[in-house]
Design a protein around this ligand. Sequence first.
Ligand SMILES: [Zn+2]
Length: 265
Amino acid sequence: MRLERITGKKVEEYLTKSKSIMIPVGSIENHGKHMPLGTDTLIPNKIVELLEEKSDIMVAPTIPYGATNTIYGCTGTVTIGTDGLAMILTRVINSLYRYGFRRFLVLNGHGGNIKAIENVGIEVFKRGAMLADLNWWLMAGELNPDWKGGHGGAEETSGVMGVDPGLIDYDYINEPMNLIDDIAPNMKTTGWGSVEYKGATVVIPREYKNFSANGWYGTDAPHLASKEWGDKMLKRMADYLADFIEDFEKTELPEPEAPCGWQVW
Ligand SMILES: [Zn+2]
């Protein structure tokens, strides 16, 4: 059931049976030369479509932008920052809370969003409600270790193939990861801003474009992706979410803090 497609009256009817609402959150960002910028938004949207075949949960419109400061600077990437996402999510949830929603299921497509979502979740909990942060790509890797993947690797590439194989640029699917030791020859770039120096990791925050010649990152090379993998994985996520929603509904909501304890709402 889509919030934007029904009347307020129908929302009132829904609230007599359930206080749950799903809010998909994505990102528009570079995922390597082979992937569409909307990867982190398209995949949660597809999972929601599959979920709707087995769940009547209310779904709010997707927030398509996220916090992606590290990938900012790679052409096409848009960031609203952790503060921007926290503000938008807070205001969306605040509005929904006013009408009686108390269980907020955030279906997240992007790692950079986690901090904002969790910060908002803590505030939600203090108000006698709950937020569940559902990070699909991490959960998929737990449900099946063969699916575990990095940024723009085979896991996400398969996910996009599950949305529409025509969105992949196959001319670049065989590109190597190609991390650059941009700080110093004896400081090996190991990942998101981190370098390895004499056996220990040091984080030197900087934009991804400084140390990645391609844009994807992980041990799961994109050329290993397949539509079959994507279809199976997205369906598994939808099945999992249908179960989770059912049991999350049965949980007790926390006691709200006294009004004077409320923050920024
Ligand atoms: Zn992604």
